[in-house]
Design a protein around this ligand. Structure first.
Ligand SMILES: NC(=O)c1ccc[n+]([C@@H]2O[C@H](COP(=O)([O-])OP(=O)(O)OC[C@H]3O[C@@H](n4cnc5c(N)ncnc54)[C@H](O)[C@@H]3O)[C@@H](O)[C@H]2O)c1
Length: 396
């Protein structure tokens, strides 16, 4: 392995510039050597902004390069056309891969890619951004150390205002001309045939946190998905609203094999600040609550609270009080800057975590494709539950 890992990124869009690229260029463990985007101007602009030496427009050619160790797939995948094939090729070519969610819409395919990567000794990572927030990593450690006893109930909320405005396009890509070749989503108005959206986009990283905290497999789920804002602009080039039946809000509950409880709500038409996550875990000796919601006044991006409360004959309900816990600075990546906003801040931790896992050569590989397949299986099960109006048992 060279002194520093050599990284190539595909996608020079908004999220790439806000989250991925700052993470790579601020780490001492790697060099970001090429930015690839089919839109060459975007790639050039990003390369100039971040001091990256080379740009390309052909993603396959970039993946096949022998001087690249790590491939980062940060394309937009409204219709499943890019993440899965680019990721599969990268693994076949022997690269460690970071990819935005979903790796693939069907969890079986995510598992296949996970197995393929493992068989080649490669590390994988999915953009499950929020598990890397210091508040959440510290929360994981406290739960593992027994701070709340046995975790037995998880509540996850993902609520932000991103699509409250009906003129905000359903498809976030910036088109210069009307994309006539794309299949339109959400055209079937039947509530059972609603298009999966919030559950996958904003639900996934919160489900991921919950699975880690509850430390057990979910054995059944029941879910309701809703389309609250019914008329919306489809593409940025449209001058009208149309009926688009997609999941802009959903709720589901599940039970675990040991009989514990798990609940989720995700929506992007619920009034709330970015990134909008609350993860609350209760155990038999206390509870922890992580809040990743940017405070508009203080600009604080995270908060962790703890309350003890033991299951004993003299438990005193009136004495329970949540108080804020200080999060050790050691949970930040070395390139973190105090005024970073949540996207740059949390993704910097993700990127550093991945690089350390690769460099260490050990077994550790959190938030990998295997974990993403567990999350995706729950998303697939929750969707099936909604469509068939019944409890769905796992494994699928
Ligand atoms: N993890 C998170 O919290 C989080 C947050 C926001 C966005 N995202 C994800 O990040 C991804 C990128 O989002 P974005 O807002 O930057 O999208 P974007 O549309 O702004 O940028 C994507 C870029 O990829 C390029 N591209 C697409 N296919 C390509 C290909 N085959 N070869 C070369 N270039 C290609 C496009 O030209 C575009 O410039 C999406 O999957 C999105 O869901 C994740």
């Amino acid at each position: 392995m060279p002194d520093k890992l050599r990284v190539g990124i595909i996608g020079a869009g908004r999220w790439s510039k806000r989250a991925h690229i700052p993470g790579w260029v601020r780490s001492d463990l790697c060099d970001l050597v090429v930015i690839c985007d089919q839109d060459e101007e975007l790639a050039k602009d990003a390369a100039k902004q971040f001091g990256v030496p080379e740009v390309m427009t052909d993603a396959e050619a970039m993946i096949r390069r022998e001087d690249i160790d790590v491939v980062d797939v940060c394309t937009r995948d409204e219709h499943g056309e890019s993440h899965e094939p680019l990721t599969a090729l990268a693994i076949e070519c022997g690269k460690h891969v970071l990819v935005e969610k979903p790796v693939a819409a069907d969890f079986h395919r995510v598992k296949e890619l996970s197995d393929l990567a493992k068989s080649k000794g490669l590390k994988t990572k999915v953009g499950l951004t929020f598990r890397y927030a210091p508040a959440v990593q510290y929360m994981f450690d406290l739960v593992r150390e027994g701070k709340i006893g046995t975790p037995w109930l998880f509540n996850g909320y993902e609520q932000n205002s991103q699509w409250l405005n009906p003129w905000y396009p359903q498809d976030k890509r910036l088109f210069k001309e009307y994309p006539t070749e794309l299949e339109k989503v959400g055209t079937d108005p039947d509530p059972r045939n609603i298009e999966v959206a919030s559950l996958e986009g904003y639900g996934a990283p919160t489900i991921d946190i919950g699975l880690e905290l509850i430390n057990d497999d979910i054995d059944k789920v029941v879910c309701a998905m809703a389309n609250l804002v019914k008329e919306r602009r489809r593409y940025n080039v449209d001058d009208h609203l149309e009926r688009i039946n997609w999941d802009d809000a959903d709720m589901w509950i599940g039970t675990t094999k040991k009989g514990y409880l798990f609940s989720m709500q995700s929506s992007f038409v619920t009034v709330g600040n970015y990134p909008g996550i609350t993860a609350w875990i209760y155990g038999d000796k206390g509870a922890l609550k992580a809040t990743l919601i940017t405070d508009p006044e203080t600009k604080a991006i995270q908060k962790l609270e703890y309350a003890d409360g033991w299951v004993t004959p003299d438990a005193d309900a009136a004495a329970v009080k949540y108080h804020e816990i200080e999060i050790p600075d050691s949970y930040w990546n070395p390139g973190h800057q105090p005024d970073d906003e949540w996207d740059t801040a949390f993704y910097g931790c993700l990127v550093q975590n991945f690089l350390e896992e690769i460099v260490s050569g050990g077994e550790k590989n959190e938030g990998n494709f295997e974990q993403s397949a567990r999350v995706q299986e729950l998303i697939n099960a929750a969707t099936l539950s909604h469509r068939e109006e019944r409890w769905v048992h796992l494994p699928l």
